[in-house]
Design a protein around this ligand. Structure first.
Ligand code: CA2
Length: 142
């Protein structure tokens, strides 16, 4: 059974609790339940959220050591700022798909640049929480 991790970065623990016009009304727990419902029988899923850059980096290294098969990451604002997160992904050799709930290209210009995208197979942006489902579906097929 493939092992797939779903990592969420800063402030995504607030999902469903603020700014529903941008991020919707579902919480991170709702997302986890929906992904387990769709993929729980086909994959071993691990969920991790942190507001701390170093914790995310440590987690990526641990996933590699634990021989995970794929990673779905929404790095939140670190997407646009973190060379360290990019380096962690590049060093991980873990097939990774970057997901953004909102369409980062329809938003402020500072969100248009992703430092982490070049370390990923693909980026899904603007599909809401469906982006996480699509990313896992792809990782399980590949
Ligand atoms: O669209 C996305 O998924 C983002 O990664 C979300 C980040 C943002 O910095 C990126 O540019 C795009 C922000 C996450 C903040 O999440 C919240 C969720 C609910 C309420 C408040 C913040």
């Amino acid at each position: 059974m493939k092992k797939i991790a779903i990592l969420n970065g800063p402030n995504l623990d607030r999902l469903g609790k603020r700014e529903p016009e941008i991020y919707g009304r579902a919480t991170l727990a709702d997302l986890e339940a929906a992904l387990r419902a769709e993929f729980g029988a086909a994959a071993q899923l691990e969920f991790f959220q942190s507001n701390h850059e170093g914790a995310l980096i440590d987690k990526i290294a641990a996933l590699t050591d634990a021989k995970f098969n794929g990673l779905v990451i929404n790095g939140g604002a670190f997407t646009h700022t973190s060379v360290a997160l990019r380096d962690a992904l590049l060093g991980a050799h873990l097939p990774t798909i970057e997901v953004h709930i909102s369409n980062i290209y329809k938003r402020e210009e500072f969100r248009h640049k992703s430092l982490t995208a070049p370390a990923c197979i693909a980026v899904i942006t603007g599909l809401g929480l469906e982006g996480y489902h699509a990313a896992i579906r792809f990782l399980l097929k590949s």
